[in-house]
Design a protein around this ligand. Structure first.
Ligand code: AMP
Length: 520
Protein backbone atom coordinates (compact mmCIF):
# COMPACT_ATOMS: atom_id res chain seq x y z
CA UNK A 1 0.00 0.00 0.00
CA UNK A 2 3.05 2.34 -0.26
CA UNK A 3 1.90 5.74 -1.40
CA UNK A 4 3.51 9.03 -2.33
CA UNK A 5 4.65 11.62 0.17
CA UNK A 6 1.54 13.66 -0.75
CA UNK A 7 -0.72 11.25 1.06
CA UNK A 8 -3.67 12.88 2.87
CA UNK A 9 -3.48 11.78 6.51
CA UNK A 10 -5.68 12.85 9.40
CA UNK A 11 -5.09 12.08 13.06
CA UNK A 12 -7.59 12.11 15.88
CA UNK A 13 -5.38 12.75 18.91
CA UNK A 14 -7.76 11.61 21.62
CA UNK A 15 -7.55 11.76 25.41
CA UNK A 16 -7.74 8.00 25.76
CA UNK A 17 -7.28 6.69 22.19
CA UNK A 18 -5.77 8.07 19.01
CA UNK A 19 -6.60 7.07 15.44
CA UNK A 20 -5.00 7.78 12.06
CA UNK A 21 -6.74 7.63 8.69
CA UNK A 22 -5.77 8.38 5.10
CA UNK A 23 -7.46 8.80 1.75
CA UNK A 24 -6.99 5.96 -0.73
CA UNK A 25 -6.49 6.59 -4.44
CA UNK A 26 -10.24 7.07 -4.92
CA UNK A 27 -10.42 9.66 -2.12
CA UNK A 28 -12.11 7.30 0.31
CA UNK A 29 -11.06 7.63 3.98
CA UNK A 30 -9.67 4.45 5.54
CA UNK A 31 -8.43 3.83 9.06
CA UNK A 32 -4.76 2.89 9.40
CA UNK A 33 -3.52 0.21 11.76
CA UNK A 34 -0.69 0.57 14.26
CA UNK A 35 2.26 -1.77 14.81
CA UNK A 36 0.13 -3.94 17.11
CA UNK A 37 -2.43 -4.43 14.35
CA UNK A 38 -5.09 -2.23 16.01
CA UNK A 39 -6.95 0.78 14.68
CA UNK A 40 -7.09 2.47 18.09
CA UNK A 41 -3.87 3.36 19.88
CA UNK A 42 -4.23 4.08 23.61
CA UNK A 43 -2.93 7.62 24.27
CA UNK A 44 -0.73 6.34 27.08
CA UNK A 45 3.01 6.94 27.36
CA UNK A 46 5.44 4.95 29.52
CA UNK A 47 8.77 6.66 30.09
CA UNK A 48 11.39 4.07 30.98
CA UNK A 49 14.98 5.11 31.54
CA UNK A 50 16.13 3.95 28.13
CA UNK A 51 12.91 3.50 26.22
CA UNK A 52 9.63 5.24 25.60
CA UNK A 53 6.65 2.96 25.09
CA UNK A 54 3.35 4.23 23.69
CA UNK A 55 -0.02 2.54 23.37
CA UNK A 56 -1.21 -0.91 24.39
CA UNK A 57 2.09 -1.97 25.98
CA UNK A 58 2.16 1.18 28.07
CA UNK A 59 -1.39 0.42 29.27
CA UNK A 60 -0.22 -3.02 30.40
CA UNK A 61 2.37 -1.36 32.63
CA UNK A 62 -0.33 0.62 34.46
CA UNK A 63 -0.49 -1.99 37.19
CA UNK A 64 3.24 -1.90 37.97
CA UNK A 65 4.93 1.28 36.73
CA UNK A 66 2.29 3.92 37.26
CA UNK A 67 4.84 6.48 38.45
CA UNK A 68 6.35 6.46 34.95
CA UNK A 69 3.08 6.57 33.02
CA UNK A 70 1.32 9.54 31.47
CA UNK A 71 -2.31 8.97 30.59
CA UNK A 72 -4.95 11.54 29.67
CA UNK A 73 -2.17 14.05 28.92
CA UNK A 74 -4.61 15.79 26.56
CA UNK A 75 -6.43 17.04 29.63
CA UNK A 76 -3.31 19.03 30.57
CA UNK A 77 -2.72 20.51 27.13
CA UNK A 78 -2.38 24.26 27.53
CA UNK A 79 -0.60 23.90 30.89
CA UNK A 80 3.11 24.43 31.17
CA UNK A 81 3.76 20.93 32.51
CA UNK A 82 1.91 17.61 32.80
CA UNK A 83 0.41 17.48 36.29
CA UNK A 84 2.62 14.66 37.54
CA UNK A 85 6.36 14.06 37.41
CA UNK A 86 7.32 10.90 35.50
CA UNK A 87 10.29 9.01 36.86
CA UNK A 88 11.16 12.20 38.75
CA UNK A 89 11.01 14.48 35.66
CA UNK A 90 8.44 17.01 34.53
CA UNK A 91 7.30 17.03 30.91
CA UNK A 92 5.28 19.53 28.88
CA UNK A 93 2.00 18.02 27.58
CA UNK A 94 3.14 18.88 24.03
CA UNK A 95 6.03 16.41 24.39
CA UNK A 96 3.70 13.65 25.64
CA UNK A 97 1.33 14.33 22.72
CA UNK A 98 4.44 14.36 20.51
CA UNK A 99 5.37 10.83 21.60
CA UNK A 100 1.87 9.55 20.84
CA UNK A 101 1.83 11.19 17.42
CA UNK A 102 5.37 10.03 16.70
CA UNK A 103 4.31 6.42 17.28
CA UNK A 104 1.43 6.89 14.86
CA UNK A 105 3.78 8.46 12.32
CA UNK A 106 6.31 5.64 12.58
CA UNK A 107 3.66 2.90 12.48
CA UNK A 108 1.65 4.32 9.60
CA UNK A 109 4.72 5.16 7.51
CA UNK A 110 5.28 1.42 7.30
CA UNK A 111 2.06 1.26 5.32
CA UNK A 112 2.07 4.58 3.51
CA UNK A 113 5.77 5.27 2.96
CA UNK A 114 7.30 8.52 4.19
CA UNK A 115 4.86 11.38 4.60
CA UNK A 116 4.94 14.44 6.80
CA UNK A 117 1.85 16.51 6.20
CA UNK A 118 -1.09 15.88 8.48
CA UNK A 119 -4.26 17.37 9.84
CA UNK A 120 -4.80 16.87 13.58
CA UNK A 121 -8.16 17.17 15.29
CA UNK A 122 -8.99 19.22 18.38
CA UNK A 123 -12.15 19.39 20.48
CA UNK A 124 -14.29 22.29 19.24
CA UNK A 125 -14.22 23.63 22.77
CA UNK A 126 -10.41 23.86 22.86
CA UNK A 127 -9.25 27.42 23.42
CA UNK A 128 -6.54 29.11 21.39
CA UNK A 129 -3.72 28.09 23.72
CA UNK A 130 -4.70 24.42 23.52
CA UNK A 131 -5.01 24.65 19.72
CA UNK A 132 -1.48 25.98 19.43
CA UNK A 133 -0.19 23.31 21.83
CA UNK A 134 -1.77 20.60 19.64
CA UNK A 135 -0.07 21.98 16.54
CA UNK A 136 3.18 22.04 18.52
CA UNK A 137 2.75 18.38 19.54
CA UNK A 138 2.42 17.53 15.84
CA UNK A 139 5.58 19.48 15.04
CA UNK A 140 7.49 17.72 17.83
CA UNK A 141 6.34 14.38 16.38
CA UNK A 142 8.11 15.18 13.11
CA UNK A 143 5.05 16.31 11.19
CA UNK A 144 4.30 19.38 9.18
CA UNK A 145 0.86 20.17 10.52
CA UNK A 146 -1.24 21.36 7.58
CA UNK A 147 -4.08 22.39 9.85
CA UNK A 148 -6.09 21.51 12.91
CA UNK A 149 -9.81 20.78 12.59
CA UNK A 150 -12.56 20.65 15.18
CA UNK A 151 -13.55 17.09 16.02
CA UNK A 152 -17.33 17.56 15.51
CA UNK A 153 -16.70 19.34 12.20
CA UNK A 154 -14.46 16.48 11.08
CA UNK A 155 -17.18 14.02 12.11
CA UNK A 156 -19.80 15.94 10.11
CA UNK A 157 -17.55 16.00 7.04
CA UNK A 158 -16.98 12.24 7.24
CA UNK A 159 -20.69 11.71 7.78
CA UNK A 160 -21.32 13.87 4.68
CA UNK A 161 -18.85 11.75 2.74
CA UNK A 162 -20.41 8.48 3.83
CA UNK A 163 -23.88 9.83 3.00
CA UNK A 164 -22.68 10.68 -0.51
CA UNK A 165 -23.01 14.48 -0.13
CA UNK A 166 -19.44 15.00 -1.35
CA UNK A 167 -19.94 13.06 -4.57
CA UNK A 168 -20.52 14.86 -7.87
CA UNK A 169 -24.26 14.30 -7.59
CA UNK A 170 -24.34 15.05 -3.88
CA UNK A 171 -23.83 18.78 -4.32
CA UNK A 172 -27.49 19.45 -4.81
CA UNK A 173 -28.49 17.63 -1.65
CA UNK A 174 -30.89 19.57 0.51
CA UNK A 175 -29.82 21.58 3.53
CA UNK A 176 -29.63 19.57 6.75
CA UNK A 177 -29.12 20.57 10.34
CA UNK A 178 -26.99 18.07 12.19
CA UNK A 179 -26.31 18.05 15.90
CA UNK A 180 -22.98 16.39 16.65
CA UNK A 181 -22.81 14.98 20.18
CA UNK A 182 -19.20 13.99 20.81
CA UNK A 183 -18.39 12.25 24.08
CA UNK A 184 -14.88 10.81 24.00
CA UNK A 185 -12.59 9.58 26.72
CA UNK A 186 -11.72 12.94 28.18
CA UNK A 187 -13.65 15.70 26.44
CA UNK A 188 -17.21 16.53 25.53
CA UNK A 189 -18.25 18.68 22.57
CA UNK A 190 -21.57 19.49 21.09
CA UNK A 191 -21.85 21.34 17.80
CA UNK A 192 -24.80 22.24 15.63
CA UNK A 193 -23.82 22.13 11.97
CA UNK A 194 -25.64 22.97 8.82
CA UNK A 195 -24.70 20.79 5.87
CA UNK A 196 -25.70 22.66 2.78
CA UNK A 197 -24.68 20.65 -0.26
CA UNK A 198 -20.92 20.53 0.11
CA UNK A 199 -20.71 23.32 2.61
CA UNK A 200 -20.30 22.47 6.31
CA UNK A 201 -21.20 25.41 8.48
CA UNK A 202 -20.94 25.33 12.27
CA UNK A 203 -23.76 27.36 13.81
CA UNK A 204 -22.89 27.00 17.50
CA UNK A 205 -20.56 24.99 19.65
CA UNK A 206 -20.05 24.33 23.35
CA UNK A 207 -18.53 21.70 25.54
CA UNK A 208 -16.33 20.74 28.43
CA UNK A 209 -12.65 19.90 28.05
CA UNK A 210 -12.67 17.96 31.30
CA UNK A 211 -15.64 15.64 30.86
CA UNK A 212 -15.49 12.24 29.19
CA UNK A 213 -15.61 8.47 29.54
CA UNK A 214 -12.76 8.71 32.01
CA UNK A 215 -15.13 10.36 34.51
CA UNK A 216 -17.57 7.48 34.15
CA UNK A 217 -14.68 5.06 34.89
CA UNK A 218 -13.74 7.10 37.93
CA UNK A 219 -17.23 6.73 39.40
CA UNK A 220 -16.92 2.94 39.24
CA UNK A 221 -13.43 3.12 40.68
CA UNK A 222 -14.59 5.30 43.58
CA UNK A 223 -17.50 2.94 44.22
CA UNK A 224 -15.14 -0.05 44.61
CA UNK A 225 -12.61 1.95 46.64
CA UNK A 226 -15.31 3.19 49.02
CA UNK A 227 -16.52 -0.36 49.52
CA UNK A 228 -12.92 -1.30 50.36
CA UNK A 229 -12.68 1.50 52.90
CA UNK A 230 -16.01 0.45 54.45
CA UNK A 231 -14.99 -3.18 54.72
CA UNK A 232 -11.31 -3.00 55.64
CA UNK A 233 -10.55 0.63 56.46
CA UNK A 234 -8.04 0.61 53.59
CA UNK A 235 -8.11 2.79 50.48
CA UNK A 236 -6.69 1.10 47.34
CA UNK A 237 -6.44 4.53 45.65
CA UNK A 238 -3.42 5.25 47.86
CA UNK A 239 -1.25 2.96 45.75
CA UNK A 240 -0.94 4.30 42.18
CA UNK A 241 -0.26 0.83 40.74
CA UNK A 242 -3.32 -0.69 42.44
CA UNK A 243 -5.34 2.28 41.27
CA UNK A 244 -3.98 1.81 37.72
CA UNK A 245 -5.02 -1.87 37.72
CA UNK A 246 -8.41 -1.02 39.15
CA UNK A 247 -8.97 1.66 36.54
CA UNK A 248 -8.36 -0.90 33.76
CA UNK A 249 -10.93 -3.21 35.38
CA UNK A 250 -13.46 -0.41 35.70
CA UNK A 251 -13.03 0.66 32.08
CA UNK A 252 -13.63 -2.95 31.00
CA UNK A 253 -16.65 -3.25 33.28
CA UNK A 254 -18.08 -0.04 31.85
CA UNK A 255 -17.84 -1.51 28.34
CA UNK A 256 -19.50 -4.71 29.58
CA UNK A 257 -22.32 -2.63 31.01
CA UNK A 258 -22.97 -1.17 27.55
CA UNK A 259 -23.68 -4.69 26.30
CA UNK A 260 -25.01 -6.46 29.40
CA UNK A 261 -27.08 -5.73 32.48
CA UNK A 262 -24.39 -6.53 35.06
CA UNK A 263 -20.63 -6.66 35.48
CA UNK A 264 -18.33 -7.82 38.25
CA UNK A 265 -15.43 -5.83 39.62
CA UNK A 266 -12.76 -7.07 41.95
CA UNK A 267 -9.89 -5.36 43.69
CA UNK A 268 -7.01 -6.79 45.69
CA UNK A 269 -5.02 -4.64 48.05
CA UNK A 270 -2.74 -5.53 50.97
CA UNK A 271 -3.95 -9.12 51.04
CA UNK A 272 -7.64 -8.19 51.11
CA UNK A 273 -10.15 -8.52 48.28
CA UNK A 274 -13.40 -6.83 47.41
CA UNK A 275 -15.73 -8.24 44.76
CA UNK A 276 -18.63 -6.15 43.67
CA UNK A 277 -21.44 -6.81 41.24
CA UNK A 278 -22.67 -3.65 39.53
CA UNK A 279 -25.88 -3.51 37.56
CA UNK A 280 -26.36 -1.18 34.63
CA UNK A 281 -29.04 0.58 36.61
CA UNK A 282 -26.66 1.23 39.51
CA UNK A 283 -23.95 2.44 37.11
CA UNK A 284 -26.38 4.85 35.48
CA UNK A 285 -27.42 6.11 38.87
CA UNK A 286 -23.77 6.70 39.85
CA UNK A 287 -23.14 8.72 36.70
CA UNK A 288 -26.45 10.50 36.18
CA UNK A 289 -25.08 13.95 37.00
CA UNK A 290 -22.35 13.56 34.36
CA UNK A 291 -24.92 12.68 31.72
CA UNK A 292 -27.10 15.58 32.80
CA UNK A 293 -24.20 17.97 32.36
CA UNK A 294 -23.99 16.90 28.71
CA UNK A 295 -27.77 17.24 28.31
CA UNK A 296 -27.67 20.77 29.71
CA UNK A 297 -24.89 21.81 27.32
CA UNK A 298 -26.70 20.18 24.40
CA UNK A 299 -29.87 22.19 25.09
CA UNK A 300 -27.86 25.40 25.43
CA UNK A 301 -26.03 24.85 22.16
CA UNK A 302 -29.25 24.24 20.28
CA UNK A 303 -30.56 27.49 21.70
CA UNK A 304 -27.36 29.35 20.77
CA UNK A 305 -27.80 28.08 17.19
CA UNK A 306 -31.31 29.56 17.21
CA UNK A 307 -32.90 26.19 16.47
CA UNK A 308 -35.51 23.85 17.93
CA UNK A 309 -35.33 20.08 18.04
CA UNK A 310 -37.81 19.98 15.17
CA UNK A 311 -35.19 21.77 13.01
CA UNK A 312 -32.59 19.05 13.62
CA UNK A 313 -32.48 16.41 10.90
CA UNK A 314 -29.83 14.16 12.45
CA UNK A 315 -28.18 13.63 15.79
CA UNK A 316 -24.73 12.28 15.08
CA UNK A 317 -23.06 10.22 17.79
CA UNK A 318 -19.30 10.56 17.97
CA UNK A 319 -16.75 9.27 20.50
CA UNK A 320 -16.53 5.85 22.13
CA UNK A 321 -18.57 6.91 25.15
CA UNK A 322 -21.71 7.34 23.03
CA UNK A 323 -21.89 3.52 23.08
CA UNK A 324 -23.34 3.79 26.56
CA UNK A 325 -27.08 3.07 26.25
CA UNK A 326 -27.83 5.92 28.68
CA UNK A 327 -26.44 8.46 26.18
CA UNK A 328 -28.65 7.22 23.36
CA UNK A 329 -31.68 7.15 25.66
CA UNK A 330 -31.06 10.65 27.01
CA UNK A 331 -30.76 12.11 23.50
CA UNK A 332 -33.85 10.25 22.34
CA UNK A 333 -35.83 11.60 25.31
CA UNK A 334 -34.50 15.12 24.84
CA UNK A 335 -35.11 15.37 21.11
CA UNK A 336 -37.86 12.89 20.34
CA UNK A 337 -35.58 11.58 17.56
CA UNK A 338 -33.54 8.45 17.09
CA UNK A 339 -29.79 9.30 17.23
CA UNK A 340 -27.82 8.27 14.15
CA UNK A 341 -25.36 5.47 14.84
CA UNK A 342 -24.46 4.79 11.23
CA UNK A 343 -20.83 5.91 11.47
CA UNK A 344 -18.12 4.33 13.62
CA UNK A 345 -17.86 6.67 16.62
CA UNK A 346 -14.16 5.86 17.06
CA UNK A 347 -13.05 6.37 13.49
CA UNK A 348 -15.30 9.06 12.05
CA UNK A 349 -13.22 11.97 13.40
CA UNK A 350 -9.96 10.69 11.90
CA UNK A 351 -11.78 10.08 8.60
CA UNK A 352 -12.98 13.70 8.57
CA UNK A 353 -9.45 14.90 9.32
CA UNK A 354 -8.10 12.87 6.37
CA UNK A 355 -10.79 14.38 4.12
CA UNK A 356 -9.75 17.83 5.31
CA UNK A 357 -6.08 16.98 4.64
CA UNK A 358 -7.13 15.90 1.13
CA UNK A 359 -8.95 19.19 0.66
CA UNK A 360 -5.88 21.20 1.68
CA UNK A 361 -3.54 19.21 -0.56
CA UNK A 362 -5.99 19.69 -3.45
CA UNK A 363 -6.08 23.40 -2.76
CA UNK A 364 -2.28 23.59 -2.60
CA UNK A 365 -2.17 21.86 -5.97
CA UNK A 366 -4.46 24.59 -7.36
CA UNK A 367 -7.47 22.32 -7.89
CA UNK A 368 -11.04 23.07 -6.86
CA UNK A 369 -11.87 21.73 -3.38
CA UNK A 370 -14.63 19.15 -2.94
CA UNK A 371 -16.22 20.86 0.06
CA UNK A 372 -16.01 23.89 2.28
CA UNK A 373 -15.92 24.27 6.04
CA UNK A 374 -16.98 27.26 8.08
CA UNK A 375 -16.46 27.26 11.83
CA UNK A 376 -17.30 29.43 14.77
CA UNK A 377 -15.08 30.35 17.71
CA UNK A 378 -15.85 28.43 20.88
CA UNK A 379 -14.68 31.17 23.29
CA UNK A 380 -14.98 34.95 23.26
CA UNK A 381 -11.76 36.85 22.58
CA UNK A 382 -11.02 39.82 24.75
CA UNK A 383 -8.35 42.18 25.97
CA UNK A 384 -7.79 43.17 29.57
CA UNK A 385 -8.88 46.78 30.01
CA UNK A 386 -9.27 49.22 32.85
CA UNK A 387 -12.90 49.85 33.69
CA UNK A 388 -13.14 53.65 34.00
CA UNK A 389 -16.05 53.39 36.43
CA UNK A 390 -14.87 50.71 38.82
CA UNK A 391 -11.13 51.22 38.13
CA UNK A 392 -10.86 47.46 38.06
CA UNK A 393 -9.43 45.29 35.33
CA UNK A 394 -12.03 43.62 33.16
CA UNK A 395 -12.28 41.45 30.07
CA UNK A 396 -13.34 43.69 27.18
CA UNK A 397 -14.79 41.24 24.68
CA UNK A 398 -13.86 41.95 21.06
CA UNK A 399 -15.07 38.82 19.25
CA UNK A 400 -18.01 37.10 20.97
CA UNK A 401 -18.18 33.33 20.96
CA UNK A 402 -20.01 31.54 18.16
CA UNK A 403 -18.95 34.15 15.59
CA UNK A 404 -18.41 32.78 12.09
CA UNK A 405 -14.71 32.42 11.29
CA UNK A 406 -12.55 33.98 10.03
CA UNK A 407 -13.44 36.94 12.23
CA UNK A 408 -11.66 40.17 12.89
CA UNK A 409 -11.94 42.96 15.45
CA UNK A 410 -9.93 46.06 15.96
CA UNK A 411 -9.25 48.09 19.06
CA UNK A 412 -7.50 51.39 19.46
CA UNK A 413 -5.02 51.72 22.31
CA UNK A 414 -3.47 55.07 23.15
CA UNK A 415 0.06 55.81 24.26
CA UNK A 416 0.13 57.27 27.77
CA UNK A 417 3.12 59.58 27.45
CA UNK A 418 5.06 61.38 24.73
CA UNK A 419 7.85 59.35 23.14
CA UNK A 420 6.48 56.02 24.44
CA UNK A 421 8.46 53.15 22.91
CA UNK A 422 6.15 50.17 23.43
CA UNK A 423 2.69 49.03 24.42
CA UNK A 424 1.56 45.82 26.04
CA UNK A 425 -1.84 44.21 25.46
CA UNK A 426 -3.10 41.30 27.57
CA UNK A 427 -5.22 38.89 25.53
CA UNK A 428 -7.68 36.47 27.07
CA UNK A 429 -10.38 34.04 26.00
CA UNK A 430 -13.53 33.41 27.98
CA UNK A 431 -16.95 34.69 28.88
CA UNK A 432 -16.25 36.04 32.35
CA UNK A 433 -15.83 39.77 32.98
CA UNK A 434 -13.00 38.94 35.40
CA UNK A 435 -9.73 38.38 33.49
CA UNK A 436 -8.53 35.93 36.16
CA UNK A 437 -11.41 33.57 35.29
CA UNK A 438 -10.48 33.51 31.60
CA UNK A 439 -7.88 31.53 29.71
CA UNK A 440 -4.74 33.64 29.34
CA UNK A 441 -3.45 33.62 25.78
CA UNK A 442 -0.56 35.92 26.60
CA UNK A 443 0.72 39.45 26.33
CA UNK A 444 1.16 41.09 22.98
CA UNK A 445 4.07 43.44 23.17
CA UNK A 446 4.48 46.07 20.47
CA UNK A 447 8.00 47.38 20.54
CA UNK A 448 9.76 49.95 18.41
CA UNK A 449 6.91 52.42 18.17
CA UNK A 450 8.08 55.25 15.86
CA UNK A 451 10.10 57.87 17.79
CA UNK A 452 8.54 61.11 18.97
CA UNK A 453 4.90 60.03 19.15
CA UNK A 454 2.84 62.47 21.21
CA UNK A 455 0.94 61.22 24.25
CA UNK A 456 -2.42 59.60 23.42
CA UNK A 457 -1.36 58.56 19.90
CA UNK A 458 -3.86 55.96 18.73
CA UNK A 459 -2.36 52.53 18.04
CA UNK A 460 -4.62 50.16 16.14
CA UNK A 461 -4.49 46.49 17.07
CA UNK A 462 -6.35 44.06 14.80
CA UNK A 463 -7.17 40.63 16.18
CA UNK A 464 -8.02 37.95 13.67
CA UNK A 465 -9.23 34.43 14.27
CA UNK A 466 -8.33 32.25 11.34
CA UNK A 467 -10.73 29.52 10.17
CA UNK A 468 -9.12 27.07 12.59
CA UNK A 469 -9.52 29.27 15.67
CA UNK A 470 -5.88 30.38 15.79
CA UNK A 471 -5.21 34.01 16.47
CA UNK A 472 -3.12 36.45 14.49
CA UNK A 473 -2.48 40.09 15.30
CA UNK A 474 -1.58 43.16 13.25
CA UNK A 475 -0.56 46.46 14.79
CA UNK A 476 -0.45 49.90 13.16
CA UNK A 477 -0.14 53.49 14.27
CA UNK A 478 -3.57 54.78 13.22
CA UNK A 479 -3.40 56.70 9.98
CA UNK A 480 -0.14 55.11 8.79
CA UNK A 481 0.34 52.01 6.73
CA UNK A 482 3.40 50.64 8.44
CA UNK A 483 2.69 47.36 10.24
CA UNK A 484 4.58 47.28 13.53
CA UNK A 485 6.58 44.39 14.86
CA UNK A 486 4.97 42.60 17.75
CA UNK A 487 5.41 39.44 19.73
CA UNK A 488 2.85 37.41 21.66
CA UNK A 489 4.49 36.33 24.89
CA UNK A 490 2.72 33.15 25.82
CA UNK A 491 2.95 31.92 29.36
CA UNK A 492 2.51 28.23 28.76
CA UNK A 493 3.99 27.73 25.32
CA UNK A 494 7.26 26.20 24.26
CA UNK A 495 9.72 28.51 22.52
CA UNK A 496 10.93 27.82 18.98
CA UNK A 497 14.22 26.44 20.36
CA UNK A 498 12.42 24.17 22.81
CA UNK A 499 10.12 22.93 20.03
CA UNK A 500 13.07 22.16 17.81
CA UNK A 501 14.97 20.32 20.50
CA UNK A 502 11.91 18.27 21.49
CA UNK A 503 11.34 17.50 17.80
CA UNK A 504 14.94 16.30 17.45
CA UNK A 505 14.72 14.29 20.67
CA UNK A 506 11.39 12.58 19.97
CA UNK A 507 11.24 12.21 16.20
CA UNK A 508 14.94 12.50 15.36
CA UNK A 509 14.02 14.96 12.61
CA UNK A 510 15.61 18.34 11.88
CA UNK A 511 13.72 21.61 12.34
CA UNK A 512 11.52 23.05 9.61
CA UNK A 513 12.13 26.60 8.39
CA UNK A 514 8.55 27.53 9.18
CA UNK A 515 6.66 26.36 12.26
CA UNK A 516 2.98 26.55 11.42
CA UNK A 517 1.85 27.25 14.97
CA UNK A 518 3.99 30.37 15.29
CA UNK A 519 2.21 33.62 15.97
CA UNK A 520 1.67 35.81 12.97
P1 AMP B 1 -12.69 8.06 22.05
O1 AMP B 1 -11.94 9.19 22.68
O2 AMP B 1 -13.71 8.49 21.09
O3 AMP B 1 -11.78 6.99 21.51
O4 AMP B 1 -13.52 7.37 23.24
C1 AMP B 1 -12.89 6.63 24.20
C2 AMP B 1 -13.83 6.45 25.34
O5 AMP B 1 -14.92 5.65 24.93
C3 AMP B 1 -13.17 5.74 26.49
O6 AMP B 1 -13.52 6.37 27.70
C4 AMP B 1 -13.78 4.36 26.41
O7 AMP B 1 -13.84 3.74 27.68
C5 AMP B 1 -15.16 4.67 25.89
N1 AMP B 1 -15.81 3.50 25.28
C6 AMP B 1 -15.40 2.80 24.22
N2 AMP B 1 -16.25 1.76 23.99
C7 AMP B 1 -17.22 1.81 24.93
C8 AMP B 1 -18.37 1.03 25.26
N3 AMP B 1 -18.68 -0.05 24.54
N4 AMP B 1 -19.13 1.41 26.30
C9 AMP B 1 -18.80 2.49 27.04
N5 AMP B 1 -17.74 3.26 26.81
C10 AMP B 1 -16.94 2.93 25.77
Amino acid sequence: MKQSSQCAVGIDLGTTFSVAAYLDSTGRPLTLINAEGDTLTPSVVLLEDYEVVVGKEAVKAMGSEMERIADCSKRDVGQRMFHKALGGRQYPPEALGGWILNKLRMDTQKQLGAYHKVVITVPAYFDEVRRKATQDAGYIAGFEVLDIINEPTAAAVAFGYHQGFLSETGAGAQRRNVLVYDLGGGTFDVTVMQIDGREFVALATDGDVRLGGRDWDQRLLDCVAEEFVRKYGLDPREDPNVEGRLWRECEEAKRTLSARQRATLSCEYRGQTVRLEITREKFEELTLDLLERTAFTTRQTLQAAGLEWSDIDRILLVGGSTRMPSVVRMLRDLSGKEPDQSVSPDEVVAHGAALHAGLLLTRHAGRAPRFQIRNVNSHSLGVVANDPQTKELRNAILIPRNTQLPAEAKRIFRTRKAGQKSILVRIVEGESAAPADCSQIGRCSVRDLPPGLPARTPIEVRFRYRENGRLSIRVKVTGTNAVLEHEIMRENSLTRDQLNSWRKYISGLPPLAQIVSEDA
